[in-house]
Write a protein that binds this ligand. Structure first.
Ligand code: THU
Length: 132
């Protein structure tokens, strides 16, 4: 299964009764495994979670710690980019050059990187600790 196929299949299970906007995400981990996620909304709107967050959680649950590539799929007038919070969540497990593929239902529409989406990301080095 390709990254796009997994993201599309994940999107099919999205729970988005409030926005009606279904999103799927898929991560290829550095160890070669693939992990999908979908958005899960909540009647208390701020409690909803994005597709990217679900895919990250699935990767971490499986023991993965390094994102090699991530793909986001939605059905909109323009390619959907990860929200600000998800950019920070992705940066936790990715490097600046990690590819982020933006897709619609027909396939890849655009390509960017975690670093381009989140320049000046808050990082461990900002904590000023010896291990940072
Ligand atoms: N959403 C995602 O899941 N990922 C994104 O990259 C952008 C937005 C979700 C959140 C919410 O459930 C719906 O899309 C509309 O904002």
């Amino acid at each position: 299964m390709s990254l796009f196929e997994l993201a599309l299949a994940s999107r099919a299970n999205a729970y988005a009764p409030y926005s009606g906007f279904r999103v799927g995400a898929a991560i290829r981990c550095a160890d070669g495994t693939l992990h999908g996620g979908c958005n899960v909304e909540n009647v208390a709107y701020p409690e909803g979670t994005c597709a990217e967050a679900g895919a990250i959680a699935a990767m971490v649950l499986a023991g993965g710690r390094e994102i090699a590539e991530v793909l986001v799929v939605a059905d909109g007038p323009e390619p959907v980019t990860p929200c600000g919070g998800c950019r920070q969540k992705l940066a936790e497990f990715a490097s600046a050059g990690t590819p982020v593929i933006l897709a619609d239902l027909a396939g890849e529409r655009a390509r960017t990187t975690v670093g381009a989406l989140l320049p000046g990301a808050f990082a461990l080095s900002h904590l000023g600790r010896a291990d940072g």
